[in-house]
Design a protein around this ligand. Structure first.
Ligand code: NDP
Ligand code: A1CAB
Length: 269
């Protein structure tokens, strides 16, 4: 039985927990300071406590997953030492917080896997990118992979400095897509459609297009061209969206760079 301790069961922690809780061979305990979030964690079958010091004395964690805000990670890592053995695995999903930063509070023993998941983890459709500390054994990577593959697609990278760009893409990315749905459906309403129909069209179109892009493996530029009839409606819309000065490519570049910059700042705070 693998004992997992999740510290922080807010938006991201709970998104992972609700998928993990069904995993065979794992037991999940949660430390969360907010009572309503503890109750939510208990409602899906976890044991929840308000501090590491309240955990049962005989609880020994094989894995501690930190999902607090970046500013609370140092304390959470320090607290985890009481329950995580020297050969345990420490995982963190916090934006910006480096493996070296966590090592200061974790001590030399545990392997550390820094991860960047996203909230579609709640339905097993997340994207998780990880980077492991130098002392991580293949068994540590395998343990991290077994947990993370339950919440979505997993990629390991060796160059930790890429984690800020990863965060700016797949970590924050669901919010960009949700905003796309808001903007896309609002445009439909402005064009005369009822709100529910506009939102259904926006969601199903984004879902269908993403699924087609994944399933076909074709370059999205080719798929785009297949929609774009000569002198037709799509070409009219793309002349706005692909404007080289104010189009989507320019906005995405600025947005992703702003997020990457903020990730770097979080690591330095
Ligand atoms: N939200 C997302 O989509 C993603 C978030 N992340 C990362 O996940 C982490 C959590 O983000 P998110 O879930 O959005 O944040 P939330 O604020 O929703 O959740 C964090 C929770 O942890 C609690 N907490 C703080 N300190 C402790 C502690 N010492 N012990 C136990 N619980 C504690 C917080 O309480 P309180 O609010 O009272 O401090 C809060 O309820 C962040 O580091 C973020 O960078 C990564 C990928 C995606
Ligand atoms: O907004 C944030 O800082 C976190 C990290 C990635 C998604 N949410």
């Amino acid at each position: 039985m693998t004992q997992v301790l999740l510290i922080g069961a807010g938006n991201m922690g709970f998104a992972m927990l609700r998928t993990w809780i069904g995993m065979e061979g794992h037991r999940f305990a949660v430390v969360e300071v907010n009572e309503s979030l503890r109750q939510r964690a208990e409602s899906v079958g976890a044991q929840a406590y308000d501090a590491v010091s309240d955990l049962p004395v005989d609880l020994a964690a094989n894995v501690v997953v930190i999902a607090t805000k970046p500013q609370a990670v140092a304390d959470a890592v320090a607290d985890s030492r009481a329950v995580l053995g020297q050969d345990g695995l420490l995982m963190s999903v916090a934006a910006g917080i480096t493996i070296d930063g966590m090592r200061q509070y974790a001590g030399e023993g545990p392997a550390i896997v820094r991860c960047m998941p996203n909230t579609p983890a709640a339905i097993g459709e997340g994207m998780v990118v990880c980077c492991a500390s130098a002392n991580a054994r293949s068994s540590d990577r395998a343990l991290a992979l077994s947990l993370l593959s339950a919440i979505g697609r997993v990629a390991f990278i060796e160059n930790e400095s890429l984690m800020d760009a990863v965060t700016a893409m797949s970590g924050s990315g669901p919010a960009y897509v949700f905003h796309l749905l808001e903007a896309f459906s609002a445009a439909g309403v402005a064009a005369g459609l009822p709100e529910d129909l506009a939102m259904t069209l926006a969601k199903q179109t984004v879902f269908g297009a993403a699924k087609l892009a994944l399933a076909s493996g074709a370059d999205p530029a080719v798929l785009r061209e297949q929609v774009t009839s000569a002198h037709g409606t799509t070409a009219a819309a793309l002349s706005v969206l692909m404007n080289p000065e104010v189009g989507l490519a320019v906005l995405f570049r600025r947005a992703v760079e702003a997020a990457r910059h903020r990730s770097l700042e979080l690591g330095a705070e």
